[in-house]
Design a protein around this ligand. Structure first.
Ligand SMILES: [Zn+2]
Length: 380
């Protein structure tokens, strides 16, 4: 039991009374974070000292005395805020990629709180979640997730509740047994990632992947325009603000669904998926004027996670050096130094083969992983 840590998100159906309690809990969590950070700054100024857990705990106890209403909210969520702040300090010390801990603003920080679960407790029964202090909340999710959450082999670590401006959600951090493994297929594939319009992902199997949220972007633009025409804070403005949030959420959900489905299908079909090592330097804009960036690192991470989860015996995600993969003819190995970035299709000057730039690159990426040995199916 408890081999795999997984995250499962469900949508909550809260009563008006619970909505009030949730919002108090969001507020108290944010307040706790800011109070502890304040006390830290009062003591250490702008020095880079990492506070100890004990110090932060002392700050928490002081804050509870100064602001008695903090005592009224659920207590483990305040402890979680304390632990998150401690983690943020440690991460910042470890790597410059993490920012120094900042104050949480009401506008810019997503409202959330996290409750820990006692080892002997099962917080879920059928489609009802029991939260400390807030009572029973019903939720909706897929049958697959419902089974998982109700399985006696699932162990609950913690539950994060958050609000996206329209709905409240619960994100479960759970430990489960290894899921049923997918059968090995002995299929492998090379993938070329592009920021051009000919498919953001092109494979050695000649598949091209497209993703666009043009319609959602147009709606976001349209509602923004309507909002600019009415008085800020008016009833109509508030109504439009909700509508805008709905389109933003829809766009995010669509992207998440797309990534989850695509990664699952790839893992099901292939045992090995090869990419160029430099993928993190590629920026794919999918947001039109909104400039939404496709989350490539998340895509790769979800692929790795799913290989580990569903095909642990396979080679999974592999990388090769990015060098001349577009300019090399996969058929005869000739390097075409004259090839321009804009040229989509080209004829190999040596062997005469007509090549699609991206598919050729994807085949080269796969071949490079095979150490230069051409797999039979590409010799024709
Ligand atoms: Zn050639």
């Amino acid at each position: 039991m408890g081999e795999y840590i997984r995250g499962v998100v469900v949508k909550l159906h809260v009563t008006p009374e619970q909505e009030v309690l949730f919002k108090q809990n969001y507020g108290c969590t944010r307040k706790t974070h800011n109070e502890l950070l304040n006390k830290y700054k009062a003591k250490y100024g702008d020095s880079n000292k990492i506070p100890t857990k004990n110090e932060l705990n002392q700050f928490l106890n002081e804050s509870k005395k100064e602001l008695p209403y903090l005592e009224e909210t659920e207590s483990t969520s305040l402890q979680q805020a304390r632990d998150d702040l401690h983690k943020a300090f440690k991460n910042n010390f470890k790597s410059k990629r993490h920012n120094t801990p900042k104050f949480h603003s009401k506008k810019k920080t997503r409202p959330s709180f996290r409750q820990t679960i006692r080892k002997d407790k099962r917080p879920v029964e059928n489609n009802t979640l029991t939260l400390r202090k807030h009572g029973k909340v019903t939720f909706s999710t897929s049958i697959e997730y419902l089974d998982l959450l109700n399985s006696p082999n699932t162990k609950f670590n913690n539950i994060t509740v958050y609000y996206d401006g329209l709905n409240h959600y619960a994100a479960f951090n759970i430990e489960t047994d290894a899921p049923e493994q997918l059968p090995l297929t002995e299929e492998y594939i090379g993938c070329d990632i592009n920021s051009n319009k000919n498919g953001w992902l092109v494979t050695s199997e000649r598949q091209k992947e497209f993703f666009d949220v043009d319609h959602d972007n147009q709606m976001i633009k349209h509602v923004n325009k309507l909002m600019s025409k009415c008085r800020k804070g008016s009833r109509r403005w508030k109504k439009l603000e909700k509508r805008l949030q709905k389109w933003y959420n829809k766009r995010t959900n669509q992207l998440n669904d797309y990534i989850e489905k695509l990664t699952y299908n790839l893992v099901k079909e292939y045992d090995t998926i090869v990419f160029e090592k430099n993928y993190s330097t590629i920026k794919i804009l999918i947001g039109g004027e909104q400039n939404m960036i496709f989350p490539l690192s998340r895509f790769i991470k979800r692929l790795k996670d799913k290989f580990q989860l569903y095909k642990s015996e396979s080679d999974g995600v592999q990388f090769v050096k990015p060098h001349n993969t577009s300019r090399t003819c996969h058929h005869c190995g000739h390097i075409n130094k004259e090839l321009k970035v804009k040229t989509r299709n080209w004829k190999c000057p040596k062997c005469g083969k007509i090549l699609d730039r991206d598919i050729n690159a994807a085949i080269n990426i796969l071949n490079r992983w095979f150490n230069g040995d051409l797999p039979e199916k590409y010799l024709n």
